[in-house]
Write a protein of this length. Structure first.
Length: 284
């Protein structure tokens, strides 16, 4: 067992996880997250983003590999210890809002604080503050069934932020929101995280959302990949050939023409991006 770096609030090494049907969700993913950092985990649907967040937060145990939080091994904890860790130190935002139907809006937002033992009045004050920041304060006494989907998601975000967690896991947090609402909600979330020193791990397939993060980790088929941009290709060299390279090859070379291909393990598929540059994704 290797001790994690001292400056990483979360650290994972060689995480492996398979779905019940045997298909791989994570294949050897390693990463570190610094305290107060906003990290975006990007990739297409099915790339392993949600599984990675679930392993890092202790919702599930990786089948192989290590997860450390503040130098404490999460992967060796029992289910009750992991549940206590999530309650006391972590926050979570689902892609679809899940609220308690019997509670009103402010009670839903205050629920994590009250479960920690915070007084009802103090929990209510904190919940109302976050509901106001997210432009949903005027609905504080409504029940979830009286809200629109986008309003319910704002309540979910307020509920995750109200306890000021050490780490906030956000799995496609703006998925149910209208396009016009997304930027405002994301700005509120990221500004709050920075002002309160909250570490955020944000899963998204949207490039605009990932751009708000301090750093981006990309996943593809359960593996970390790096996208490398090569110099522009001259117009007279734009070919239509297809090629594949594998193993230790980079899968793309300057001046090679635009190609489509796939790599094995550390190999890469080459193509062109929207600016006419050659690009390739390298598994690491």
């Amino acid at each position: 067992m290797v001790a994690p770096p001292d400056n990483d609030v979360l650290w994972a090494r060689a995480l492996h996880f398979q779905h019940n049907d045997g298909s791989p969700a994570l294949s050897g993913v390693s990463l570190g997250v610094r305290e107060g950092e906003i990290l975006a985990v990007s990739g297409p649907r099915g790339s392993g983003k949600t599984t990675l967040l679930r392993c890092l937060s202790g919702l599930v145990r990786p089948q192989r590999g290590e997860v450390w939080f503040n130098s404490v091994p999460v992967h060796t904890m029992g289910p009750f210890a992991r549940e206590r860790l999530r309650r006391d130190r972590f926050g979570w935002i689902d892609p679809a809002p899940v609220l308690v139907p019997e509670l009103n809006v402010w009670e839903n937002a205050a629920l994590p604080l009250m479960l920690r033992g915070t007084s009802r009045q103090r929990a209510k004050t904190a919940a109302l503050e976050w509901l106001e920041r997210l432009d949903i304060g005027d609905r504080a006494r409504k029940r979830p069934h009286e809200l629109r989907q986008s309003e319910r998601q704002r309540v979910s975000i307020a509920r995750a932020l109200a306890p000021a967690p050490t780490v906030l896991f956000a799995d496609e947090p703006t998925a149910p929101l209208y396009q016009a609402d997304r930027a405002q909600v994301l700005r509120t979330l990221t500004t709050a995280a920075r002002s309160h020193g909250i570490t955020v791990i944000l899963a998204t397939h949207d490039a605009n959302t990932a751009a708000l993060a301090d750093r981006t980790v990309s996943l593809l088929d359960g593996r970390r990949v790096n996208t490398v941009h090569l110099p522009p290709i001259d117009g007279n060299e734009n070919g239509n050939g297809n090629g594949t390279e594998s193993g230790g090859e980079t899968g793309a070379r300057a001046g090679a023409g635009a190609g489509n291909g796939t790599g094995n393990e550390t190999g890469a598929g080459a193509g062109t991006d929207t600016e006419g540059r050659a690009a390739c994704s390298l598994s690491v």
